[in-house]
Design a protein around this ligand. Sequence first.
Ligand code: HEM
Length: 406
Amino acid sequence: MHSESAASSPPRINLVDPELYAHGDPFEQWRWLRANEPVYWHPPTELPGFWALTRYDDVRAAYRDAETFSSARGILLRPADHGEDPGGGRTLALTDPPRHRQLRGLVDEWFALRSVRGFEPEMTEVARRVVDEALERGSCDFVADIAARVPLYVICNMMGVPSSDWDRLFTLTSQAFGAGDPATQRFAHLEIMGYFEELQAEKADDPSDDLVSILATATIDGSPLSPEDVILNCDNLLVGGTENTRIAAAGGMLAFLEHPGQWQALVEDPGLLPSAVEEVLRWTSTATHILRTAVRPVEIGGRRIEAGDRVTFWLPSANRDESVFDAPDTFDIRRKPNRHLALGFGEHFCLGSVLARAELRILYHELLHRSIRVEPDGEATRLRSIVVNGPERLPVKLTEGAAARP
Ligand code: HEM
């Protein structure tokens, strides 16, 4: 039920202040919106105005209707003076059907269950190496030293990036999507695009069995993808493949540190790992908002949305909707059912969902089966972003075989 009590003292609503996610409590605003204004017109700030959907059912219904809610004009809020997203109409995430299906059809086999199973031995090896290195150091940042490395190395491997370049791409992605200054971020992002420009040219001339070769040699309706389209899609895969998994894996670890009984339950029954991974996904909901643009007038919850309006889905809010989840603010690794929307829904449902789930499972399994004790070793900080939310740094100390609890 959407509780009445949440109506008593309306908080000031501003969902687009990055400080809210670094130091504030966005759940207070989301709870109030779900109860009182579930289809909320968010006035313009430095960003143009937009509709904010915060209830599970509204988000799911809009997700289901890709005919009305287009991705081609961008899936993240951006200031009007930044212009349209350069990937609009070109990358997997930023195209509408029918082109979206055609693009996705080029690569989706690589992300299917069978294919991901084939990568599991390599993923386990990567997780082991990363955890070994962290153990040697004793103290480390769980985000940068553990959670970030597993997904980055795995997606680089799938894309056909030579292993000698993985550390370079690791540094560049950390700079491009880390907390540094905007100039460093832009420079690192350009370097990544430059890297893929060279790689796609090499793979176009001499293709092998990897994702970049597939994109570089693909045709849609008889026409090859342009080099720019290949580069933008490589960027989409690299960012999609690393950012959310890093934050979810670290956010999940933080949740276990805050709820040691839940880790203990996993130690006692590792069979709970798959449902624990689902709860980590729901709990962390690292993709904060997803944007669509209405291409025709539509009504949601009695509010009329016009063609051209921006409509945002606030996934962490939908995943704590009290009308869908029992005790939504409880971290419960046994939760069933757990039909969260952390990986999206419908047409653009996360391409890497099977991979992401496997990466989280394998990483936690590595810690569990070696009885590695993980303890906080300093203050965790949160990302200052309206796009992704979760830990920016999570200083921890790792000790092997010391105890089962984190
Ligand atoms: C915990 C980890 C992850 C989370 C929370 C996550 C979340 C999401 C969400 C919410 C969407 C939907 C975007 C939309 O509705 O427009 C999405 C799409 C996507 N994700 Fe993930 N993701 C994760 C891991 C991955 C991984 C490992 C990959 C690997 C390549 C990946 C690649 C993609 C791609 C390419 C899309 C666009 C799919 C499309 O538009 O058809 N993601 N992801």
